[in-house]
Design a binder for this molecule. Sequence first.
Ligand code: GLC
Length: 538
Amino acid sequence: MVVAGDGIAPHEAWWRDAVVYEIYVRSFADGDGDGTGDLAGVRSRLDYLSDLGVDALWFTPWYLSPLADGGYDVQDYRVIDPAFGDLVEAEVLIAEAAERGIRTIVDIVPNHVSSEHPWFRAALADPSAPERALFWFRPGRGENGDLPPTEWTSSFGGPAWTRTTDPDGSPGQWYLHLFAPEQPDLDWSNPAVRHEHADVLRFWFDRGVAGIRVDSAAFPAKDPALPVTIDADAHPHLDRDEVHEIYREWRTIADEYSLPRMLVGEVWLADDERFVRYLRDDEMHGAFNFEFMVTPWDADALRSAIQRTLAAHESISASPTWALGNHDVTRAATRYGRADSSFSFDAKRFGTETDAALGLRRARAAALLAAALPGSLYIYQGDELGLPEVEDLPLHALRDPMHERSGGVDPGRDGCRIPLPWTASDPASGFGGDPWLPQPDGWSELAVDRQLADPLSTLALYRSLLRIRRDEAALHDAPLEWMPSDAHTIAFRRGDLLCLTNFGSESVALPLHHRLLISSAPLDGERLPGDCAAWLRL
Ligand code: GLC
């Protein structure tokens, strides 16, 4: 067993400005050549991650799961899915990462479990089983109970309720699932649910895990009255006040450790005042900043997203997070190459026109912009390679339930989850012969080994910018100071370092006296070209 914090200097508030790399295990690296990424694959690439310059790894769920929602349907939190490895290997991985000074964050999914979880199986097997009280089982409405108990819809489309069949074959009660039917929602007013999760947290913290990412963090608390329709003023399942009790309890557990553990929440909320409640002193340490992620490539829009973020976090002395993407969102290199470069789950469609070269150019600039902002930086695997969204997967290859539940309208999230290309000379780019999601033609051109040999590659850019970020004290402790700039430019200082991003198509003049530290594309003499960012020492 790993002693917590081995190999890592105790720096209590490390999360405030850490660079965290998100690993979607299934698609990161394949150690046993079966076409699915695994822990052995991650272990074999720890030097890659260390050379990239990351401080922590966030693993999306690696637990035993039927993978109905890519692992966010957890069957057993104390077992690693055999497709990925086993618990001993997870412990070794945590220790090997720690030896390189890299911390580990695991994903906890409080809102639901898998329909294969022993609790839910027991609840289904017997309508009078006590396990029913761990979930939201209710009789249906209407004469025969054949209408769902409420009119709520699932985040993946379709109704949020599924009717069960009793063991004698007759139609039974309905159960609530805010996501797929394979993800029944837990009833957090039941103390057994709280105790189980407290135990799961300790299970992983005791194994040296430095933090947890809290999935769908605003959803777990429900209005027990289960109103049939949703009234926006008193939402029955989003951001209810009771949800904060969960995170207060989790914070107490995190603080029990001599090196306190951190909590970072997936909180999609438009209201800043409600958002920062999750970041109060006795709750989470951080939460994902989706406003920045979904904002289009536009100087005014991004400047105001940054200003709002900073103001909201300052109001509560919390540290912001910045991310260009994750395993749910269209890749930045594709998004920014579109006429509408904002992101919305509802607007995803097949065949949206994209200028790939422009998208990549902007994604490289956005990386410099995000990495210069005060707070922590989250990098989704493959963004450091400039990977695009893969949008022409054969329909039969699609695995994400979002595709099916949208009636085939939404391409789903598979396109940002394609196995990473490692080796250009290998037909499957270093993955097993038959990767679980097919890699498109030309993928090997983006391979890690090829990019490592190219000083102008996106990987080379990320490695340099993360090295500079680590070394520059100003990027850790100097406040952000806005600088005057024209309409198409974002300019701010951190100490004597200036970060300039040009969103226009015309080049802009650089200040007279400066030393260039890094730019996302070659400069145009003494001018910063369009869709380009630079860090300058003044
Ligand atoms: C979060 C995850 C997403 C998952 C959903 C349901 O949004 O990031 O991948 O599908 O929760 O657990």
